[in-house]
Design a protein around this ligand. Sequence first.
Ligand code: KG4
Ligand code: ZN
Length: 341
Amino acid sequence: MLVLGIETSCDETGVALYHARRGLLAHALYSQAALHADYGGVVPELASRDHIRRVLPLTRAILAQAGCVLADLDAIAYTQGPGLAGALLVGASIAHGLAYALGVPALGIHHLEGHLLSPLMARPAPQFPFIALLASGGHSQLMRVAGVGDYELLGETLDDAAGEAFDKTAKLLDLGYPGGPALAKLAEQGRRGRITLPRPMLHSGDLEFSFSGLKTAVLMQVKGRALDPQARADIAAEFQAAIVDVLVAKSLAALRLSGLKQLVVAGGVGANLELRARLTQVAARDGLQVFYPALEFCTDNGAMIAFAAAKRLEHASRLTPHASRSFSVRPRWGLETLAPA
Ligand code: KG4
Ligand code: ZN
């Protein structure tokens, strides 16, 4: 069973070939970061147009790399949502066109399910059930994961996502777009505790998050001040510490409340080394296990889409033989609404 995965939900074109028995055969990613940099954020129309340019050449490249041809594909998976409508439509229409031509099924995959299952590609892999912390540019959620497609939402952000807070704060510190990784890098030179920032909802007694106030607190610190490089690094370090404090505390609370011992961390913010270090530290202290995808599969990629599709197909009693002639994308789509595989 060979699956082609296509990810085009935002500003990265990702494709991958996942084989049910042999694992990941090849993958490729094209980041549009440079395309959007001048605008300080993703321009949806430019994103869609660029996905159109990239998907097929990248697909040809990974097929050649894996020594495969289109006729070897058993299914084509694409990100159906959530994401930018136009960008999603590019992946969906190419996937359905190819699937129709090849007479194989096309599978619409939930982007967050891709993130959430991605740590299962690594070794050692977590066992169901586990708690998942999904922290990306668009989402900050804690889920109880009982199996493929069996997701219970335990808590989520009331406003900005953690990655969004990283990006907005990076902008305030003139770090450009996308700012999360740059802010994390700058934080390495910073000293914690030189400024005071809140830990929003740390003691709210539930599993909800709120990060927009944190960005506003940083705005208050930088407004009208000429900051020297050390002061900027100090702000970055304290901001990162505040986010990590909240993500770690709420993840531990979710584990405690559910009685589970395994935590899976996924989504772009899962690439944050400070978050990983802190979680590893508390896990060792509390007898917990933390699982991450490989760093390259934390942020958006095609491998997680091909892998999630392969997992779903593993559970499917029969394959729909052909792609249907109609399809839709779901720019807004709650993960907890999925049906178990
Ligand atoms: O999962 P992802 O690639 O896209 C979404 O589905 O949103 O996540 C991207 C987000 C961005 O907000 C980016 O700034 C953040 O993840 N991010 C990071 C790091 N790497 C990516 N945030 C903090 N530290 C990092 N090392
Ligand atoms: Zn993502």
